[in-house]
Design a protein around this ligand. Structure first.
Ligand code: GDP
Ligand code: MN
Length: 391
């Protein structure tokens, strides 16, 4: 789960990282008022969306008057800001963060990520901050410092000092840099974050180290340990299809294609996506209904799949062990009737109570195509989808 920049910054300060003073605003008037509460003559208006690269998209503006503040705030609020990370649909800006502007002497990149090969937290840093890490690795690959943390002892002061020195920081800044680096690591460990990224971490003109941006991502499976983090969830920033399914306890991931999938078991669901691709189609989603799925749960799965307006055909693929094919069939029949489904639907049932399940579907009199194997089912649904499209 991701959180907003201002929320990330509040957490970062708790762990000893310096941030500029700032406040949240929901209207242009409030933006002006927030600025008046802060010292200085320049302020930064920052769109709060779950995305980086806001600066290039107009979502970060330095202002030096009430008029500019108000104008920047009006432009951002209510807008779907499109950055190269959001996709073409963009993300809705409904809050702004107003900060006192910082005079930058140097921009640093600092991130903590999970390194899957090392199976440890890795610190990634560069003295060429400000640009995205992809651009740093393309343009300045030699500037990237990598340092793996031993989980048995955590981030040690000497290791943080080593990173700070590798960044070429002035010796006078080393203690502050060490405090920042160890603070970020502590946050990551204590709060079960997957990623901490500060870009840019800056050295200010007055010789301070300050986090100008902050991006935190948390491990969903550990959120139960951190109710105060769970509360920060902003569903308006998430894929609405996934929010709908997630709220109903379904294991769903949205994709870009047209063939909706309802499958039991994550492995079989993945294999089904591959088979659809091989048959020349594109899956619209991953959905694992789980074991012992009731007719109600199957109906709910159809609702989740159809919530995606790109879906033009559906494949149900069940290899029942704990599941029961008759329950699945009952759910499928209810879905076709209650949701008045007219698009092509292919059902492949196998395993427990398969004869009962197939009988229910055959006797339903509904327009449901059936298949024996996964390969046949994938061919059938892609074929049906193509001919439905042609008509
Ligand atoms: P992002 O584009 O979503 O990563 O948003 P950032 O918070 O990183 O802001 C984008 C860029 O705006 C930063 O890389 C800085 O160069 C610049 N910026 C942000 N805040 C300030 C500030 O207080 N003073 C100055 N001079 N530049 C800032
Ligand atoms: Mn940034």
């Amino acid at each position: 789960m991701d959180i907003h920049e201002y929320q990330a910054k509040e957490l970062l300060t708790r762990f000893g990282v310096n941030i500029p003073r700032g406040g949240i605003a929901y209207s242009p008037e409030q933006a002006v008022y927030r600025a008046s509460e802060l010292s200085g003559e320049k302020w930064v208006v920052k769109a709060q969306i779950h995305s980086g690269a806001r600066g290039k998209a107009g979502g970060v503006r330095i202002c030096s008057s009430e008029e500019e503040l108000s104008e920047a705030a009006s432009w951002m609020l209510g807008r779907k800001l499109v950055t190269h990370q959001t996709g073409p649909q963009g993300k809705l800006v409904s809050r702004l963060y107003i900060e006192e502007a910082t005079t930058i002497a140097q921009e640093i990149y600092l991130a903590f990520v999970m390194d899957r090969t090392e199976e440890r937290v890795m610190v990634v840093a560069s003295a060429q901050g400000g640009m995205e890490i992809e651009d740093i690795s393309a343009n300045e690959p030699d500037s990237i410092i990598r340092s793996v943390v031993d989980p048995a002892v955590g981030m040690q002061a000497f290791q943080a000092r080593e990173i700070a020195f590798s960044l070429g920081l002035d010796p006078a800044l080393i203690p502050q840099a060490v405090k920042t680096i160890t603070g970020c690591y502590k946050l990551m460990e204590e709060m079960d974050a997957n990623m901490v990224e500060i870009n840019p971490l800056v050295v200010t003109a007055s010789g301070e180290i300050v986090a100008l941006d902050g991006k935190l991502s948390f491990d969903d499976n550990a959120l139960f340990r951190h109710p105060e983090i769970s509360e920060l969830r902003d569903k308006s920033q998430e894929d609405p299809r996934e929010t709908f399914a997630g709220d109903r306890g379904l294991n769903y991931i949205g994709l870009d294609g047209e063939i909706g999938c309802i499958v039991n078991g994550a492995g079989l669901a993945m294999a089904t996506l591959d088979m659809i691709k091989m048959a020349g189609g594109d899956p619209a989603n991953f959905l694992d209904v789980g074991g012992g799925a009731s007719p109600d749960r199957v109906l709910m799965s159809f609702k989740a799949v159809l919530n995606d307006k790109n879906v033009e055909a559906i494949l149900v693929n069940i290899f029942a062990g704990i599941n029961r094919c008759d329950w699945i069939a009952e759910g499928v029949i209810r879905a076709v009737k209650e949701l008045e489904l007219t698009m092509p639907l292919v059902v492949r049932l196998s395993g427990t109570n398969v004869d009962e399940g197939r009988k229910l579907i055959a006797e339903s009199g509904l327009n449901i195509q059936t298949a024996e194997t996964l390969a046949d089912a994938a061919e059938l649904v892609v074929g049906a989808w193509k001919s439905a499209r042609a008509n």
